[in-house]
Structures are given as C-alpha cells and as structure tokens.
Design a protein. Structure first.
Length: 182
C-alpha cells in the first residue's frame, strides 16, 4: 500500500466560549438566547450565532452563564457589557483547563485520576490540608516533572501547582487557546 491512500487534514477548531457574569436568577438555558438577542439588539446577533451551554454559581454564589459563539460574534462582545434583565453583566472569554486535585496534573479530574496523591503545595504524598510546607518549600509537581525530562530549558518550580503564573499552566492555556477559532 502506497502513500496515495493517505489524506492530510487540519483539525477543526472549537468555537469560543464566553462567561457572562452575575446573570439574574430568571435567566436559564431555555430563555438565555432569546433574552440576549432581545435586550442587546444593537449587537445584531443572529439566532445561530449563540448557543447557551450551562449556568454555574461562583464562589460568591452569583449566577454565571457560559455561551458558545462564533469568532465574528466573539468580536462583538469583547469589551462590552451585556444587558440581561435589569443587570449590566460583564463578559469575558471562558477558558477552562481540567485540573486534577488528587495528583495536581492537568487534562483530567480527580474522579478519573489513576495517579498518586500529590500535594499541590509541596509535591509530596500528602493532602493540601495536611501540608506543613512554608513558602520557601513550595514545589510544583508539573514544573518538576518538566525539568526532569527537559534539561535544555529548565523552568522555575519554586511555586505551588495551583499558581496561575506557573509556566506549565501558562503553557497549557496557550495550547488550549490555539485550538479555538478566534
């Protein structure tokens, strides 16, 4: 069998998602699209441009709505507030990287984890609650593993693995956003 049978294709990019913060209680998945289009008519949004995905409550117990849009519609929302009910809601890109709170690694969740328990602060075999590490003992398990297998360009591992400035986490964010159709 020769190479004539092979066909190259580019993976399809995913649509961007937006988080609409602090939506009123009367907004739900069923009525969200209609309310957004009706109350934000100046944005000229078409029915097929927006798909409500899910609602969730944040730490302050405020409702947030995640919607999926196309790249053109995303540009209409950037830097704007959205009217919903009597609220002016902030809108931002919704980017979520799955993070395991058992082994402190990415791309899976604790309930699916096959790894060992690893503290996100000291990278030892204990839980976050049991950890007694001081700030100078912080150690990121992801950056430590990266340095173990890549001696060419080591990264700083003296931070805990939940740190948003972690270079490994930042790399995961960059790789994820490269798959989105902006």
């Amino acid at each position: 069998m020769g190479g004539e049978d092979l066909e190259a294709s580019r993976p399809q990019r995913r649509n961007p998602r937006h988080n609409i913060y602090n939506v009123p209680d009367e907004v739900n998945i069923e009525n969200a699209k209609e309310l957004i289009m009706k109350q934000n008519s100046e944005l000229c949004i078409e029915k097929e441009d927006i798909t409500p995905r899910f609602l969730f409550k944040d730490k302050r117990k405020a409702n947030n709505l995640v919607i999926e849009v196309n790249a053109k519609t995303r540009m209409k929302f950037l830097g704007k507030k959205m009217k919903l009910g009597w609220n002016m809601c902030n809108v931002d890109d919704y980017i979520k990287i799955n993070r395991c709170y058992k082994c402190s690694k990415f791309k899976h969740r604790a309930q699916d984890c096959k790894g060992e328990l690893t503290c996100p602060i000291c990278a030892e075999n204990n839980t976050l609650r049991e950890c007694k590490a001081t700030k100078d003992q912080y150690k990121c398990t992801n950056c430590t593993n990266f340095n173990k297998y890549s001696q060419k360009s080591p990264v700083n591992a003296k931070h805990f693995s939940l740190d948003n400035s972690c270079s490994f986490y930042q790399n995961m964010l960059r790789r994820f956003t490269e798959t989105i159709d902006y």
